[in-house]
Design a protein around this ligand. Structure first.
Ligand code: GLP
Length: 260
């Protein structure tokens, strides 16, 4: 796992977007795994800027989103379908038939989850998966004790996650209790993982996931098992890390390393 600490949100967003753009520039028909939440908004904004100003092309790209609430219509302002459309898809030249977001309103969740996994396989697997992190250390909606080999499935959300999400809803009773989410095992199959985090509220989860043991209590700790994962965090999110000097040293010395 590569841990890169930047001075602020803008910097992690720009660095994250650059990694995604590099993938697209070497593989124009790349398969992107996308995340929702406030964290990746800056990264999406930067990708949109690159599309508009530098011609970054999404016409051959396929995307798979990590998760969706159960019970919200796709046009509900808090549905992840709506979020992705408003904050990313409608601003770039992605083809609507290449967009996959889990359904939160199917009448057969089990069959849908199997279908979703099949689509990922059929697309050739995910080239790069963007991730945020919940304050309890979850990735996607893989709440504490989610199996590290779990696949796409229906999950009951943990109370802290429901509390975190309540800020987006007018009425607390409207906050969904269930979600459909890619599993940790599904996520680990992506060729590259890119996790972004900013702010003090993520510091404990980041420290546990980066420096703690691999555990289903913090599902983001599963990134330690992945051969190519990078974590971009700001100073606040890095504030509970014990080995900060080491991560900074590695970044400082990286440009001088032999390339072959
Ligand atoms: C939800 C999403 C996660 C996201 C997390 C953090 O739980 N399912 O994918 O990482 O929120 O959200 P934020 O980036 O708003 O802190």
């Amino acid at each position: 796992m590569e841990v890169v600490i930047k001075s602020g949100y803008e910097e992690i967003s720009r660095a994250g977007a650059k990694v995604v753009a590099d993938v697209l520039n070497t593989k124009p028909n790349a398969v992107l795994g996308l995340a929702t939440g406030s964290t990746p908004l800056g990264l999406y904004k930067e990708l949109i800027r690159m599309h508009k100003e530098e011609g970054l092309d999404f016409s051959r790209v396929t995307t798979f989103n990590l998760d969706e609430y159960v019970g919200l219509r796709i046009d509900h302002p808090q549905s992840y379908h709506h979020f992705m459309h408003e904050n990313f898809f409608k601003h770039v030249n992605i083809s609507s038939q290449n967009i996959y977001v889990p359904s939160g309103s199917t009448n057969n969740y089990k069959a849908f989850c199997e279908w979703y996994e099949e689509r990922i396989k059929e697309a050739g697997g995910i080239d790069i998966q963007i991730l945020g992190i919940g304050s309890d250390g979850h990735i996607a909606f893989n709440e504490p004790t989610s199996s590290l080999s779990s696949r796409t499935r229906l999950k009951t959300l943990a109370k802290p996650t429901i509390d975190d999400n309540a800020r987006f809803f007018e009425d607390r009773n409207e906050v969904p209790i269930y979600a459909i989410t890619m599993g940790v095992g599904t996520i680990l199959e992506a060729r590259q993982l890119l996790l972004l985090a900013n702010g003090k509220s993520k510091a404990e989860a980041i420290a546990a996931s980066v420096e703690g043991p691999v555990t289903s209590i913090y599902t983001a700790s599963a990134l330690q098992l992945h051969p190519s994962s990078i974590v971009f965090i700001d100073d606040d999110a890095a504030s509970d890390l014990k080995m900060r000097d080491y991560y900074d040293w590695i970044q400082e010395k990286k440009p001088g390393a032999p390339q072959t």
